[in-house]
Design a protein around this ligand. Structure first.
Ligand code: ADP
Ligand code: GLC
Length: 482
């Protein structure tokens, strides 16, 4: 089965969050499950640089007159076949893939990402005479117009199934209505039964409305987004489409996230031999100038610093955590106020708190390896990957019971300790008091060395690899093309 995966990011070439991790791992996992996957990506500089044996497949004119080249080759770092849209005037710029250096959205994002969906639809309709996919699978709003273009596109070749995965409903790709006329879609598409959203143009809604099937990245989030609280204004449409909506839990790329083989960490370890983990902790405490106490429970945060992640709760409980002998290491960037607040905490408690503002892939690995607890108190979380990386590295996740966090973490309540399912700490109310109680629960378990070790061993041995998720995607694709 030929599958075209469409996304804006892909690890290790371009990553702003978990989307890239998934886009980087899914093709390999699907190939291993018997599919033949190619990816379609915008020609951001790191992607163009990685493209090997590339040839120009064709030159295209987008609906708004833009001339672009479509290249085909192999991504050297991943060894997967790729189509890349070569349009430097659109994709090679300062800033992130979505924002300029002043953190403002690029003025022409609607065109930059409409192009991604438009080219995906062309490929789905047989643009490459040697390779027509049976399924086109697009990710997040950046690739969401794929299914809209397919719905109105040329009925060349056979009918291709479309799958749209929501990684985060909060980022919707909403633009002023005037931009609709650039897109080359029929006027009928700008309707409540289409991609119109409160008078605006919504890429997210296009994906949700036109895709044959919608998936999201955990079963719990698939339910949550059908409620007004978490539906971001789209819960009505999602309820209408409930039969075509499912949650497939993300997984961990064990070639990248494995403490037994990880080249980024100073000492390697596994579930049975954890001496390396203690050494990683000592090395990090030393490097960061934290008190060199092997028995101080070390908490870690690796996160975008945004409203979604609930980190103001961590600030609210931090004094208590320190007073009880805990330490905290933070790596993140984003919201300027959160950055400043965490920096101030580090300044006030240099022996107990270390904060690095920035983005650093290798340092993230070292934090999971060194810490005892990974904090993920998100307000909402479609899946969340860091709690799973915490599990793999024996840094027990402490999470708010939402989305994928609820699907992956089992609290150390006595009954779960008794039946051996506990792997972390879960709080339900989104309040500092509830987080504080969970922190105290973590500290209490940490003081019971034997029990801690046994929970940690269970956490590290959990099956989190891609086999199961890949099998679920393959079953879905088969169902759709049958
Ligand atoms: P989201 O995609 O919402 O940001 P996820 O938990 O799904 O949340 O994925 C976040 C990914 O980004 C993980 O791979 C995490 O390790 C990584 N990450 C987040 N912030 C940083 C940072 N400042 N430096 C390095 N890696 C980071
Ligand atoms: C999004 C979500 C996160 C999820 C990731 C990968 O960024 O915020 O919860 O893990 O996508 O699917």
């Amino acid at each position: 089965m030929k599958v075209l995966q469409v996304s804006a990011e892909i690890f290790p070439l371009l990553k702003t969050g978990g989307l890239a991790d998934i886009a980087g791992a899914l093709p390999g996992a699907l190939n291993a499950a018997g599919c033949t996957v190619r990816v379609l990506l915008p020609g951001f500089a790191p992607i163009m640089d990685d493209l090997q044996s590339a040839s120009v497949l064709t030159e295209l004119t987008a609906p708004w007159g833009e001339r672009v080249l479509l290249r085909q080759g192999v991504l050297g770092s991943l060894g997967i076949s790729a189509y890349v849209i070569d349009a430097p005037h659109l994709y090679v710029r300062a800033g992130t893939p979505y924002e300029d250096a002043q953190r403002q959205p690029h003025h022409d994002n609607h065109l930059r990402f409409a192009l991604l969906g438009w080219v995906a639809a062309q490929l789905a309709c047989g643009l490459d005479p040697d390779w027509q996919p049976a399924v086109v699978h697009s990710h997040d709003w950046h690739a969401a117009l794929t299914s809209a273009y397919l719905a109105f596109g040329p009925a060349r070749g056979r009918r291709v199934a479309s799958v749209y995965t929501v990684h985060n409903l909060a980022y919707q790709g909403v633009f002023a209505p005037v931009h609709f006329f650039d897109l080359g879609l029929p006027t009928s598409a700008f309707s409540v039964n289409g991609l119109e959203f409160h008078g605006q143009l919504s890429f997210m809604k296009a994906g949700l409305y036109y895709a044959d099937h919608i998936t999201t990245v955990s079963p719990t989030y698939a339910q949550e987004i059908q409620t007004p609280e978490q539906g971001c204004g789209l819960d009505g449409l999602l309820r209408v489409r409930a039969y075509d909506l499912s949650g497939i839990l993300n997984a961990v790329d064990e070639a990248v996230w494995n403490p037994a083989t990880d080249a980024a960490i100073s000492h390697r370890f596994d579930a049975k031999k954890t001496t390396g983990k203690a050494r990683c902790k000592a090395a990090l405490q030393q490097e960061l100038g934290l008190a060199l106490q092997p028995d101080a429970p070390l908490f870690g945060v690796v996160s975008r610093l945004t409203e979604q992640k609930g980190l103001h709760l961590v600030l609210a409980v931090l004094d208590g955590l320190i007073a009880r002998g805990g330490q905290l290491v933070v790596l993140g960037n984003g919201d300027a106020k959160l950055e400043a607040a965490f920096k101030a905490c580090a300044l006030a408690n240099p022996q107990a708190v270390s904060v690095r503002i920035g983005y650093d892939e290798a340092y993230a690995h070292r934090i999971f390896a060194a810490t005892d607890v990974t904090l993920v108190p998100s307000r909402f979380e479609p899946c969340g990957l860091t709690q799973m990386y915490g599990l793999k590295y024996g840094s027990l996740p402490l999470v708010h019971r939402v989305g994928g966090l609820a699907d992956t973490v089992v609290d150390c309540a006595l009954e779960h300790l008794a039946d051996g399912t506990a792997n972390g700490f879960v709080f339900v109310d989104f309040t500092p008091q509830a987080l504080d109680r969970a922190v105290r629960r973590a500290l209490a378990l940490y003081a019971r060395k034997e029990e801690w070790r046994s929970v940690r061993q269970h956490a590290m041995q959990q099956e989190l690899g891609w086999d199961q998720a890949a099998a679920q995607y393959v079953a879905l694709y088969r169902h759709l093309i049958a």
